[in-house]
Design a protein. Structure first.
Length: 183
């Protein structure tokens, strides 16, 4: 995924998440978005596991942030659907997952489901509260490394005569301007 695609992906993720928070989704659309979210999470897991060098993961922090925002929107949307529809809720993915995890119905299933829901909610809250600053720090770290490499490259190209003094100065100024955004 190149940087232009990441830019548009983050914007689209934010728009979709805000839309999910405001507008109730039909259950079929919720199932599609939930399946997409699960596939995206698996894709990110495989990318992380199969990438030999950390430097190749420079797009991971923005992808993780966008994924977290989409997941939060899906959680709110799912809660809205379950609370508004009650027993008429027909989300296939949520029903399948709840049957698999809880394994029973009736009042026993309700109690077990409530306890598991509370545990998952607490875990997600802790992950979001602790993970968001870390994602921001990682994004800053990758940006600083990229800017330093860009400045060094511009300087070495200027010394070797590949670019003019003015072009090297413009590149350095652009990199410093991008770094100012993170300060």
């Amino acid at each position: 995924m190149n940087k232009g695609m990441t830019f548009y992906f983050k914007k689209a993720a934010a728009i979709v998440a805000v839309t999910m928070l405001i507008i109730p989704l039909p259950t079929w659309l919720f199932d599609v978005l939930m399946a997409t979210n699960i596939l995206f999470a698996l894709l990110m897991l495989f990318i992380v596991l199969c990438t030999p060098r950390v430097a190749k993961l420079s797009l991971f922090p923005p992808m993780m942030l966008a994924s977290s925002v989409l997941t939060l929107g899906l959680n709110v949307s799912c809660t809205r659907l379950i609370l508004s529809l009650g027993t008429r809720f027909d989300g296939h993915i949520v029903r399948a997952f709840s049957t698999f995890v809880v394994g029973t119905g009736g009042m026993d299933g309700l109690l077990i489901g409530f306890v598991i829901f509370m545990i998952i909610t607490i875990i997600q809250t802790v992950i979001i509260m602790k993970g968001t600053p870390r994602i921001a720090r990682l994004a800053l770290h990758f940006m600083v490394d990229t800017a330093e490499q860009g400045i060094t490259t511009a300087e070495s190209q200027r010394i070797s005569g590949e670019i003019t003094e003015e072009e090297a100065s413009n590149r350095k100024m652009k990199m410093n301007h991008e770094l100012d955004f993170y300060e």
